[in-house]
Design a protein around this ligand. Structure first.
Ligand code: 0A1
Ligand code: ZN
Length: 888
């Protein structure tokens, strides 16, 4: 078992500039099937901004040191020391070296074993291709280095390997030379003119198919675009290429940002821990976010590919040109880049739909993280393993914080802030504070209180009460805010919360907004909450309005306001703010679900409230609404998000209530679902324009209600959609619905689907997760079978996520079985995985984080598994941090 003294906690407050800088580095990679030799030649210099020291301490892990030279002298044993994490060179023991005055050269040679590297961090060989992943601290598994983002250097990289097996040899920047060598080997040399931290280094070597294109920047520069994929996958790359070109044009148009190198390469790999990586000029992507063809990828997959391509492309400015000083500042690049990709996707698709999708992630995942044992501010104060901090808080709440600047400063003000940010910090490694000050200075806007969003964890709770004074036409809002304690933080200070609102008259029109006093507390339709308790008096309110609060989810908070059913139904039908229209529906459904839970608690039968029928029917038949919006507005709230609404949950009751409501809505509106399904489900030539996508989404939700009827006729519709579909959107929807139902032939369906798609890995993953998320009782045995299936591979993170991740994260009824078998299954998988791939194992461990929400028996069962995990021999830091914090 890990003891607390064998692990170390890193603190943000301990930041010190590096004692040395690296001005230039040349790397030479000699790649062989079973090992690689890496020679690094670096020009170092004492950092004038740091305390000087006679010891040069380089990071390095899992490296076999073969030689070391400083200023042309081979070092002998007394001059350096190596342990499992560092190489220390005693510069003061090297004759004639004046390291404080002049720069000096260091040459190291190490041997590494990429074929044995299953962590997928550093340099690894998988599916006969070499690939790297260096963020956050993977470069130290390639060579000894100052592996921290504030040490920036120019890189020259020479790669040599067998020509036949590895015809493509790629690294960052421009290729400046290539040629043949003896013994069937060849080499290429790459030079990246931009200084960069080691985490942006990349190397790929293998035999790929290549899609080529080009883009002309608005200043007229010609950029080569290249996408490298596994042989035979070229047909699935066109969407990624189009997405890249759209992203490049969008960043020029919206932010005035042009690409800077002459070539932009993307390599798709099947074994990858995350979505993708923004290495300078050489992005490496999980195949899931590159490959897309209508037959094998859903409309959602297409949107995801476009968004991830955009995200990585946008990092070239927000991340690469301006990078992070240290890893505590991760949200500086990630929150900002997520916000940028969200805006991009909204512009390509639909603003309201995109907003709703993003808020769903916040509510189901980020709120849970913020209320659990891993809660941290978007700029964390400490960590044990940095890889555990690539979180929904840093990324998605980080993006919400950026969105609030946009809300407060407006599009132009936000742009002014961005321009100043680049003007001041281009080419540097900076902090979140630097970003705030740029926004502040460019707009002459006080963001002192706003800064608390960076330092305080937890989800603020905003409580609103209202009173209408008919006589004086006055509306008084009493608004309080509080933020719950989180691990290591209590007594939080009030946040600056922009609360966008509207007051609706009885026709659903917005009434004008005017405050009686303190008029600066309202700008446009944004109310500025800054204190624990505030009173706002609106005047000239002609009659009692319906309140539309927190429009467009203008801040990442929980809003409490005592709406009644009539008001919610009214907003669901009329709010001009599409987000709040959706939100009203979700609240309406949630109220019913909690009511049904209360009925079960009281031992009474569940009663379906008929008032819902009207509300849903009106929405269903509202011709003015987009199909994707309708699909979202007709979907019941996610159980995960509902769990976050209560202190402790009776999961059995909650699931029963959720199922009951779905089935009742299905029954009450059976004809409507059928009519709309038939009107929107399209047979015939495949189209992928906005209208066709919207119809598929809407038809999919209608079908989900029909299948909930548990009737042969409905199953027939789903089966027919599955077998006759010419696109994966329709096929996957039908597959999932059938697999999650009581349909008697579902085994057959699963077998046929597999037989058809067994050679398309990404489709097989859909097949795996459709089974792993089946809420019926047989699933526990089925998932045990799936991990033995030839299609499963514990070394491939996409497979692990498709089976184990999907089961633990998205199959609440079965993961939380009351016999504890779901928990045992997850713990078993973590035990198999933690030494193979610590990062992915740690992510899985997070599924236990919310154990305190459940009943005593489930709590006990989950804790038992967490304790077992903590007893594992040589437990990785990654898993240790999650499991130990979960147990608190
Ligand atoms: N920076 C990448 C995400 C990423 C982070 C860590 C990784 O390995 C530990 C890999 C990728 C992004 O935001 O896209
Ligand atoms: Zn990113």
């Amino acid at each position: 078992m890990k003891t607390s003294d064998s692990i170390s906690v890193k603190y943000r407050k301990d930041y010190k500039p590096s004692a040395f800088l690296i001005n230039k580095v040349s790397l030479n990679f000699e790649l062989f099937d079973d090992y690689a030799i890496v020679t690094a030649r670096m020009m170092l210099q004492a950092n004038p901004a740091a305390e000087s020291s006679g010891a040069l301490v380089l990071d390095g892990e899992e490296l076999e040191l073969q030689g070391i030279e400083v200023a042309g002298q081979k070092l002998v044993q007394e001059q350096y020391e190596v342990d499992s994490e560092q190489l220390t060179i005693w510069l003061n023991k090297i004759d004639g070296l004046d390291y404080q005055q002049a720069s000096f050269e260091l040459v190291t040679k190490v041997k590494i074993y990429p074929a044995q590297n299953t962590s997928l961090e550093g340099l690894y060989l998988s599916s006969e291709k070499f690939c790297t992943q260096c963020e956050a601290e993977g470069f130290r598994k390639i060579t000894y280095y100052l592996d921290r983002p504030d040490v920036m250097s120019t890189f020259t990289v020479r790669i040599e390997a067998e020509k036949k097996k590895y015809p493509h040899l790629l690294s960052n920047g421009n290729q400046i030379e290539h040629g043949s060598l003896a013994n069937g080997r060849h080499y290429a040399i790459w030079q990246d003119p931009f200084r960069k931290p080691s985490y942006l280094f990349a190397l790929c070597a293998g035999d790929y198919d290549l899609l080529e294109d080009h883009f002309t920047t608005r200043s007229g520069r010609e950029i080569k675009l290249e996408i490298y994929v596994d042989k035979g996958k070229l047909e699935q790359c066109h969407h990624a290429m189009e997405s890249l070109k759209k992203s490049m044009a969008w960043d020029e148009e919206v932010f005035g940002l042009e690409y800077d190198l002459d070539i932009y390469m993307i390599v798709a790999v099947g074994d990858f821990n995350m979505g993708a990586m923004e290495n300078k000029g050489l992005n490496i992507f999980n195949t899931k976010y590159v490959l897309a063809h209508p037959e094998t990828a859903t409309d959602q997959d297409f949107e995801d590919v476009e968004a991830v391509i955009a995200h990585e492309y946008f990092h070239n400015w927000t991340g690469n040109r301006v990078t992070c000083r240290d890893w505590f500042q991760l949200s500086l690049k990630e929150g900002l880049t997520v916000f940028r990709d969200q805006q991009f996707t909204a512009d390509q698709t639909d603003h309201a739909v995109k907003r709703i999708e993003d808020v769903k992630v916040i509510r189901s995942h980020q709120f849970a993280e913020d209320a659990g044992p891993m809660a941290h501010p978007i700029r964390p104060d400490s960590y044990i393993e940095m890889n555990n901090f690539y979180t929904v808080t840093v990324y998605n709440k980080g993006a919400e914080v950026i969105r609030m600047y946009h809300t407060l400063l407006g599009t132009d003000g936000f742009r002014r802030g961005m321009d100043l940010y680049f003007e001041r910090f281009d080419g540097q490694a900076v902090t979140c504070e630097d970003f705030v000050s740029a926004m502040e200075d460019a707009n002459d806007y006080d963001l002192i209180q706003f800064r608390r969003w960076y330092s305080q964890a937890g989800t603020p709770e905003v409580t609103v009460t209202s009173e209408y004074d008919e006589l004086h036409k006055k509306l008084t809002l009493q608004i309080g805010q509080a933020c719950p304690d989180t691990p290591g933080q209590s007594n939080k200070q009030p946040f600056h919360i922009p609360l966008k609102l509207g007051l609706l008259d009885k026709d659903g029109n917005d009434l004008p907004l005017e405050l009686a006093s303190n008029k600066e507390q309202l700008t446009g339709d944004i109310l500025h909450l800054t204190e624990a308790e505030q009173t706002f008096e609106f005047v000239g309110v002609s009659h009692k309005p319906v309140l539309s609060l927190l429009r467009n989810f203008s801040a990442p908070v929980r809003l409490f306001y005592d709406y009644n059913d009539q008001e919610l139904a009214f907003l669901y039908a009329h709010d001009k703010d599409s987000f709040n229209r959706w939100e009203a529906g979700q609240r309406l459904f949630a109220r019913v679900i909690w009511q049904l839970c209360a009925e079960q608690e009281a031992g009474e039968p569940m009663q379906f409230p008929l008032h819902l029928v009207n509300a849903v029917q009106n929405l269903l038949s509202d011709e003015s609404l987009d199909g994707r919006f309708k699909a979202l507005a007709l979907t019941l709230p996610d159980i995960k998000a509902l769990i976050e609404e209560v202190e402790r949950v009776n999961l059995d009751h909650l699931i029963a209530a959720h199922d009951f409501l779905k089935r009742e809505l299905a029954k009450q509106l059976e004809m409507d679902w059928l009519v709309h399904y038939q009107a929107n489900h399209h047979v015939g030539a495949f189209k992928q324009d906005k209208a066709a996508i919207a119809k598929r989404a809407f038809a999919g939700v209608c079908l989900s209600y029909l299948v909930a009827l548990d009737k042969p006729k409905a199953y027939e519709l789903a089966v027919s959609q599955l077998v006759n579909s010419n696109n994966m959107t329709d096929a996957e929807t039908a597959l999932q619905l059938l697999m999650h139902s009581n349909y008697s032939q579902k085994e057959q369906i699963a077998d046929d689907f597999y037989r058809k798609w067994q050679n398309e890995e990404l489709v097989v993953n859909k097949w795996l997760s459709a089974q792993a998320t089946d809420p019926t009782d047989s699933t526990i045995e089925r998932v045990k079978g799936l991990i033995e299936h030839p299609a499963f591979d514990i070394k491939n993170p996409n497979k692990v996520r498709s089976v184990v991740g999907a089961f633990a994260g998205s199959n609440l009824p079965q993961f939380h079985r009351n016999d504890g078998k779901g928990y045992v299954f997850l713990a078993e998988q973590i035990k198999q995985l933690y030494s193979v791939n610590p990062q992915t194992a740690a992510r899985l461990t997070g599924a236990f984080n919310r154990w305190k929400k459940f009943d005593d028996e489930r709590q006990r069962l989950m804790c038992e598994q967490l304790q077992g995990i903590l007893q594992l021999p040589d437990l990785s830091k990654d898993v240790y941090e999650i499991a130990s914090k979960a147990l608190g």
